[in-house]
Design a protein around this ligand. Structure first.
Ligand SMILES: *[C@@H]1O[C@H](CO)[C@@H](O)[C@H](O)[C@H]1NC(C)=O
Ligand SMILES: *[C@@H]1O[C@H](CO)[C@@H](O)[C@H](O)[C@H]1NC(C)=O
Ligand SMILES: *[C@@H]1O[C@H](CO)[C@@H](O)[C@H](O)[C@H]1NC(C)=O
Ligand SMILES: *[C@@H]1O[C@H](CO)[C@@H](O)[C@H](O)[C@H]1NC(C)=O
Ligand SMILES: *[C@@H]1O[C@H](CO)[C@@H](O)[C@H](O)[C@H]1NC(C)=O
Ligand SMILES: *[C@@H]1O[C@H](CO)[C@@H](O)[C@H](O)[C@H]1NC(C)=O
Ligand SMILES: *[C@@H]1O[C@H](CO)[C@@H](O)[C@H](O)[C@H]1NC(C)=O
Ligand SMILES: *[C@@H]1O[C@H](CO)[C@@H](O)[C@H](O)[C@H]1NC(C)=O
Ligand SMILES: *[C@@H]1O[C@H](CO)[C@@H](O)[C@H](O)[C@H]1NC(C)=O
Length: 294
C-alpha cells in the first residue's frame, strides 16, 4: 500500500465533502453505507414489501437485547435477510432510536438496492436478498483520529494488549450482552486507552475471534500513532479512544473488567465537545461521510 499520498488526496476530498454535511447531529447521519445495486428490485415487488416489513419490524425486535436477525418472505427469490445490532453499551431505547433512524434512511440511501448495510455510531442495520448469517465478511472500513500519541511505543504496547484481551473476551466469554467487550488501560505518562470489541451475534465464537483479530492486524494500516481509531465491517468492529466513549451501564451487564472512570459520559455515547475529525476511508467503495468524535 502507498498510504501517504492516497490518504492525503482522500482527505482533501473529504474536507470538501464535510463542508456540505450538517454536523449538528452525529446521531442522524450514518458513518458509512455499503449499498449494492448490482441487482435492483422492481418497484412494488414482493421483495420490496418484504423489505418494508423487515425495516418496520427490526428496530423493535432488536432493541431489547441489542441484536436480531430474521428472514422475511416465503420463497427464495423474494426473501430478504436482515440483521440489526446495537453497540453493547447503549440502552434499549437508544438502540431503538438508532435502528429506527437506520431503517428510515435505508432505502433512501440505497434506492432499489438488494443488499445494503448502514453503520451509525451506536448501531448497524444490514439486509440482503441472499443469506449472510454466520459468515464473516473480511472487508474493513477505517476511521482514525487526526491527533497523534506522544509516546507511540508505550501506547501501542498497551493498545494491542487491551484489544487482544477484549477480542478474547468478546468471542469466548459469555458476556452480557454477548460478543461485546469494553475495557480501559492506563498508559504511564500518556493518555488512557478505552477500547471496544464487538461481533454480530450470528457468528460462531471462533469466527468472531477471527474477525476481531483481523481488525487488530489492520491497526498499523489504519491508525498507527493515532490516539483513536475504528476498524469495522459487516460482522465485527473494534474501536479505541483516549477518552471514554462507551456507557458504563450496558443493556445487560458485561463481565468486562473495566473499572469505572469517574467522569463518565451518560446517554449519548460519544457526543461531547467534539473538535477532532475522524475521517473514513474505504477501499473500493464510495466515500460516504465524515464524523465527529470527542
Ligand atoms: C440499479 O440502479 C442504479 C441506480 O439506482 C443503477 O446505477 C444500476 O446500474 C442499476 N443496476 C442494474 C443491475 O440495473
Ligand atoms: C440477489 O441479488 C444479487 C445481486 O445483488 C443476484 O446476483 C442474486 O441472484 C440475487 N439472489 C437471489 C437469491 O435472488
Ligand atoms: C407502486 O405503487 C404506488 C402506490 O401504490 C403507485 O403510485 C406507483 O405508480 C406504483 N409503481 C409502479 C412502478 O407500479
Ligand atoms: C439467525 O442467524 C443464525 C446464525 O447464523 C441462524 O442459524 C438463524 O437461522 C438466523 N435466524 C433467522 C430467523 O434467519
Ligand atoms: C459490502 O457489501 C458486499 C456485499 O454486498 C461485501 O462483499 C463487501 O465486503 C462489503 N464491504 C464492506 C466494506 O463492508
Ligand atoms: C499525525 O501524524 C501524521 C503522520 O505522521 C501526520 O501526517 C499528521 O499531520 C499528524 N497529526 C497532527 C495533528 O499532528
Ligand atoms: C491483558 O490480559 C492479561 C492476562 O489476563 C493481563 O495480564 C493484562 O494486564 C491485560 N492487559 C490489558 C492492557 O488489558
Ligand atoms: C514519566 O514522566 C516522569 C516525569 O516526567 C519521568 O521521570 C518518568 O521517567 C516517566 N516514566 C516513563 C515510564 O516514561
Ligand atoms: C447482572 O445480570 C445478572 C443476571 O444475568 C443479574 O442477576 C444481576 O442483577 C445483574 N446486575 C446488574 C447490576 O444489573
Amino acid at each position: 500500500m502507498e498510504p501517504s499520498p492516497f490518504r492525503f488526496l482522500l482527505c482533501s476530498v473529504l474536507l470538501l465533502i464535510l463542508l456540505h454535511i450538517p454536523t449538528s447531529k452525529s446521531e442522524a447521519s450514518s458513518l458509512f453505507v455499503n449499498c449494492s445495486t448490482a441487482a435492483n428490485f422492481t418497484a412494488n415487488s414482493t421483495f420490496q414489501s418484504n423489505l418494508n416489513h423487515l425495516l418496520s419490524t427490526l428496530p423493535v425486535a432488536a432493541s431489547p437485547s441489542g441484536f436480531y436477525n430474521t428472514t422475511v418472505g416465503q420463497n427464495g427469490v423474494d426473501q430478504v435477510y436482515g440483521l440489526a445490532l446495537c453497540r453493547g453499551d447503549i440502552s434499549a431505547s437508544d438502540c431503538n432510536a438508532c435502528l429506527t433512524t437506520a431503517a428510515q434512511h435505508a432505502v433512501g440511501e440505497c434506492p432499489r438496492g438488494t443488499s445494503n448495510t448502514l453503520w451509525y455510531d451506536t448501531c448497524m442495520l444490514r439486509y440482503s436478498n441472499s443469506s449472510f448469517f454466520g459468515v464473516v465478511d473480511w472487508a474493513q472500513i477505517f476511521a482514525w483520529n487526526l491527533h497523534n500519541v506522544t509516546d507511540p511505543n508505550l501506547f501501542d504496547d498497551q493498545l494491542y494488549q487491551l484489544m487482544r484481551n477484549l477480542s478474547t473476551e468478546a468471542a469466548y466469554r459469555s458476556g452480557r450482552p454477548p460478543m461485546f467487550a469494553v475495557g480501559q488501560v492506563q498508559v504511564i505518562n500518556s493518555t488512557n486507552i478505552y477500547g471496544l470489541a464487538q461481533c454480530t451475534r450470528d457468528l460462531s465464537q471462533n469466527d468472531c475471534y477471527g474477525c476481531l483479530s483481523n481488525c487488530i492486524k489492520s491497526i498499523p494500516n489504519c491508525c498507527a500513532t493515532r490516539i483513536g481509531g475504528r476498524i469495522f465491517g459487516e460482522t465485527c468492529m473494534i474501536r479505541f479512544e483516549s477518552a471514554p466513549f462507551y456507557n458504563l451501564s450496558p443493556i445487560g451487564n458485561t463481565t468486562a473488567p473495566s473499572p469505572a472512570p469517574s467522569g463518565q459520559n451518560k446517554g449519548d455515547g460519544s457526543k461531547g465537545s467534539g473538535v477532532t475529525r475522524t475521517i473514513i476511508i474505504l477501499f473500493g467503495l464510495m466515500i460516504h461521510t465524515t464524523i465527529l468524535l470527542t
